[in-house]
Design a protein around this ligand. Structure first.
Ligand code: BGC
Ligand code: BGC
Length: 715
């Protein structure tokens, strides 16, 4: 018998059940407000609190050590508390939001950002992070797209692995500077209808398997310790009570044996969803589906005992859950040292140290995507710059998930630019969502003597993130008006955008002479943007989510199907084709898009054979040359299309990419390998198989501007 099973045998039913509960630290505090407040209304008793399995969002070594110490004093069997928190893109040193990190197309950087976030949170006493979020997204109205890596299953899977490696390292038990990862939100939370948060998700199982599931699976293949359920329904049943999803697929088919936690309150939400009449039924459904721990509601704690006693829930179900919780605690070494890496001393050394700031600056600069440049950028010394806009001097550049980051530690754009040049004037011009004539006039005056206007526009962090859905994804009117007014001055305008989602850029992109997408860039934002604007860093970011032409096209994504009546240049004037009467089909800016201060030319794509036999490999090669005068990074992208499948196939599917760094005049040959396995997809029998026949392979700088070559798969 192992130590863990021996422990289980000593636990009372109640002690077991309380291990399956997670609360915030305020529940464990002893002030009177608490006793009459949340504790009372949730039916949380002192005994529950003394035996609760986990706490979320307790941070800071002082607090976590005190909490653990007190808890251990009350714990009859000496079972330590598991501490979890949302360390999404940094703890104190805040990296750019995940969608921005994704724009680097650089797995090493993604991994490094997660490793630093792990270290900073581990020293404060965190054991588990609720990350990575790997939900595939196609709807920029959804505020949580900023937490995702975008719209492509292959790229999302690569990032899922990179983030898990960064958080967990390769020796979670031995390396105290790592934390366990919890992949979320299982499953398909990113497909909420209409982009409205928490809304219904409805799709075929084939689509789920083909597009939405691969990234979660990739995280688990990389060893991710935990999974979090999603708020949404999957085929009519909320994920948190979805037996097919959690037992059949996650546990049986994928063999996941780690801990499964509900999302915040998601067990109780089965009642308003309309699949449980009361808390007891919700608890029963969740435990039958295999949810080990309930986050922030007390249905398990209040009802599992009676359900076991009534013979409705088998005690073995509860034992399985408890074992998984204890196993993770053991794996993290908490039985030997419940404080793990928590240390007030080390916090001082580690949090926001120079090395971490430097990494945040590098990653933020490499996350920037240059969307337009009419020969204005990079800026040159000696130019007179006026900095205008609501983000000129704003610390709200950390993004909505930067809970423990501090806005006053963030380098504002003004500070970053001022470190290189004497700005001739600075003005706000308007607020994020409102403005006055006085503000406008002040901005016009400020810009009067400038050679170039740097205009910092965007969304506040509350405008994206959880519950941050928007039906209109343009910038607010006050900002559109500001750019129109400034345009009348006839001076070049460089727009820097701070935001958490692909925006409808009409009213901005036409007016701007250059447009830099900086996202929510994090703690080193101002410095990183200055690095890019002045050309010390040549922008190499590429979009991982399409920027729609208008919200009316949404969802618009690169890997769509052809339809039976595809729009072509030849039939564009015909009526009966799949198109809009009032806007193009294509997004404004496609997946994979981004400019550079240099230019790249692609040679002809060559294939090693035009017939790929099932056991062989097809080599796809292209020479890429930096044809400009400065060094730069280029992301060479490889896509494939199956011309005739058993079911319809996407027009393009990303199958590979290579990030090159080329000196002026330098040429590099890139060779991609394609095997039969990469051409498989889920057929109607839900088996992964390929089809013999014609395929196209495409290579190019983004998902739109590609050269195609045909080949045949022979089986
Ligand atoms: C979010 C999760 C998060 C959890 C804990 C929920 O509202 O959906 O992503 O991990 O809260 O803070
Ligand atoms: C339409 C049908 C119509 C047919 C003949 C098709 O394009 O989709 O609804 O009956 O033309 O006019």
């Amino acid at each position: 018998m192992t130590k863990i099973t021996a422990l289980l045998e000593q636990m009372t039913l109640e002690e077991k059940i309380f291990q399956l509960m997670q609360l915030t630290p305020n529940f464990l505090s002893e002030d009177d407000a608490n006793l009459t407040g949340p504790l009372a209304w949730m039916g949380v008793t002192e005994s529950m609190v003394n035996n609760v399995g986990s706490v979320l969002s307790a941070v800071g070594a002082k607090e976590t050590i005190a909490l653990q110490k007190k808890y251990m004093e009350n714990s009859r069997l000496g079972i330590p508390l598991l501490l979890m928190a949302d360390i999404i893109h940094g703890y104190r040193t805040i990296f750019p939001v995940t969608l921005a990190i994704a724009s680097t197309w650089d797995m090493e950087l993604a991994e490094r950002s997660a490793a630093i976030a792990a270290k900073e949170s581990a020293v404060t006493g965190i054991h588990v992070t609720f990350a990575p979020m790997v939900d595939l997204v196609r709807d920029p109205r959804w505020g949580r797209v900023m937490e995702s890596t975008g719209e492509d299953p292959f790229l999302n899977s690569e990032y899922a692995r990179a983030f898990v490696r960064g958080f967990q390292g390769d020796d979670l038990a031995g390396d105290m500077d790592r934390v366990a990862a919890c992949v979320k939100h299982f499953a398909a939370y990113g497909a909420a209808e209409g982009g409205r948060d928490y809304n219904t998700v409805n799709m075929s199982e084939r689509q789920l398997r083909e597009s939405y599931l691969p990234a979660y699976k990739a995280a688990l293949d990389e060893g991710c310790e935990m999974v979090m359920t999603a708020f949404n329904t999957v085929d009519g049943i909320p994920a948190t009570g979805n037996k097919w999803l959690m037992r059949n697929l996650l546990r049986d088919e994928w063999g996941f044996d780690g801990m499964l936690i509900s999302d915040w309150g998601a067990v109780s939400e089965m009642i308003p969803h309309g699949v449980a009449a009361d808390g007891a039924e919700a608890a029963q459904k969740a435990i039958e589906a295999g949810v080990d721990m309930e986050m922030m509601t007390s249905n398990y704690a209040n009802h599992l005992k009676e359900l076991v006693e009534a013979g409705k829930v088998d005690i073995t179900l509860i034992d399985e859950c408890v074992l998984r919780v204890l196993k993770l605690k053991d794996k993290l070494g908490l039985f030997e040292n419940p404080y793990r890496a928590a240390s007030e001393e080390r916090e001082k050394e580690v949090l926001l140290c120079d090395e971490h700031r430097a990494a945040a600056r590098e990653i933020a600069a490499k996350s920037c995507v240059l969307l337009k440049n009419e020969q204005v950028l990079p800026l040159r010394s000696g130019q007179k710059l006026a900095l205008i806009g609501p983000f000129a001097e704003s610390g709200d550049i950390l993004g909505p998930w930067s809970i423990w980051g501090k806005q006053d530690e963030a380098v504002q754009l003004h500070a970053g630019l001022s470190a290189r040049t004497d700005l001739i004037a600075t003005a706000k011009g308007c607020d994020i969502d409102s403005g006055s004539e006085e503000q406008l006039q002040e901005a016009i005056n400020a810009a009067a003597d400038a050679d170039i206007i740097v205009l910092a526009l965007g969304e506040s962090s509350e405008m994206s993130g959880e519950a941050g859905s928007r039906g209109d994804i343009r910038l607010p009117q006050s900002q559109l008006k500001l750019i129109q007014k400034l345009k009348l001055l006839g001076k070049p305008i460089v727009v820097v955008l701070f935001n958490g989602r692909p925006l409808d850029l009409h009213g901005v992109i036409e007016e701007a002479d250059a447009l830099l997408e900086a996202w929510f860039p994090g703690t080193e934002g101002g410095n990183a943007i200055a690095d890019v604007l002045f050309g010390d860093v040549n922008p190499s970011g590429r979009l991982t989510m399409s920027f729609p032409y208008s919200v009316g096209q949404v969802p618009v994504y690169y890997n769509n199907y052809n339809t039976g009546r595809p729009l072509t240049p030849q039939n564009a004037n015909e009526r009966y084709v799949s198109k809009y009467l009032d806007m193009p089909n294509a997004p404004l800016l496609p997946f994979g898009y981004g400019l550079s201060y240099t230019s790249f030319s692609y040679g002809e794509v060559s294939l090693s054979t035009d017939e790929l036999h099932a056991e062989d490999t097809l080599e796809v090669s292209v020479e890429v040359t930096n044809t400009g005068v400065v060094a730069g990074g280029e992301v060479v992208q490889l896509y494939v299309r199956d011309i005739a499948g058993e079911v319809v196939r996407p027009l393009k599917e990303l199958k590979g990419f290579r990030k090159l760094q080329l000196q002026p005049g330098e040429t590099e040959k890139v060779t991609f390998l394609i095997t039969e396995e990469q051409l498989r997809y889920y057929h109607t029998d839900l088996q992964l198989k390929s089809d013999a026949g014609e395929f196209h392979v495409f290579v190019g700088p983004n998902s739109r501007d590609l050269e195609a070559k045909p080949f045949r798969l022979v089986k």
